[in-house]
Design a protein around this ligand. Structure first.
Ligand SMILES: *Cc1c(COP(=O)(O)O)cnc(C)c1O
Length: 234
């Protein structure tokens, strides 16, 4: 690891054009995010609503905030006015609430549907059947204040890079199939969010368009900084 600016520069130089970097600053204080901001970075991800809104209120307002962690329906209202992209939508119920809050705020909220691709039980997300059921539900066409822009997934927390690659590959296959069946004419359905510090290079090789990277930019997470924050389940 170098400075934050050096780490960002290094990672960006490795990403093919068309792959966007979401810098994940969870557990790090706003000053640390600001360092990345001053290095020219604008897309930041957080996995907790509370931490996201605290940072958003103290940092420049041209930051694009990405919510990458599990979202409870009762918390949508806190982010609806400004969130750039919600990566972690995993039910029709949640989508319905996001749509309602989007309407209240006079905006269309961009969302990704989170798919479960890992072997652990702890990760959130839908399976293929749940995804198709959601996309077929008649309510969906009536929701004018959300836009489903793609899929997101987290690979197994594993050193088995063959397994990780298979999981990313499978998610891309599903993405292509869903695009063809449900979003054929829709240019906006073009995001595949996969890959973190330990596996983003594989994710990019397997077709990621958004990578969510924390530790190799900002260093080890310090959970003592923020009592609200438990380690994301691994
Ligand atoms: C924390 C987190 C990341 C980034 O993790 P690193 O291993 O630090 O790169 C990516 N995606 C999600 C959903 C996360 O919670």
């Amino acid at each position: 690891l170098g400075t934050i600016a050096e780490n960002l520069k290094q990672i960006k130089s490795e990403l093919p054009s068309g792959v966007e970097l979401v810098a994940v600053g969870k557990t790090h204080p706003p000053e640390v995010i600001l360092e990345a901001y001053h290095a020219g970075h604008r897309a930041f991800g957080e996995n907790k609503v509370q931490e996201l809104i605290a940072k958003a209120s103290s940092l420049p307002n041209d930051i694009e905030w990405h919510l990458i962690g599990h979202l409870q329906t009762n918390k949508v209202k806190y982010i609806a006015s400004f969130i750039h992209l919600i990566h972690s939508v995993d039910s029709l119920k949640l989508l319905t609430v996001i749509n309602k809050e989007g309407e209240k705020n006079g905006r269309v909220i961009e969302c990704l549907l989170q798919i479960f691709i890992a072997t652990e039980e702890s990760k959130f997300g839908m399976d293929e059947n749940e995804l198709e059921a959601l996309l077929r539900s008649p309510e969906l066409v009536l929701m004018k204040n959300i836009r489903i822009c793609g899929l997101m997934g987290m690979a197994s927390f594993s050193n088995d890079m063959k397994l990780v690659r298979e999981e990313f590959h499978g998610l891309n296959q599903l993405f292509k199939k869903i695009k063809q069946h449900f979003f054929a004419e829709k240019d906006y359905f073009n995001h595949l969010s996969m890959g973190m510090s330990s596996d983003y290079k594989i994710a990019v090789e397997e077709g990621a368009t958004l990578v969510r990277i924390g530790s190799v930019i900002f260093g080890e997470r310090n959970y003592a900084n923020n009592q609200q924050n438990k380690p994301w389940k691994a």
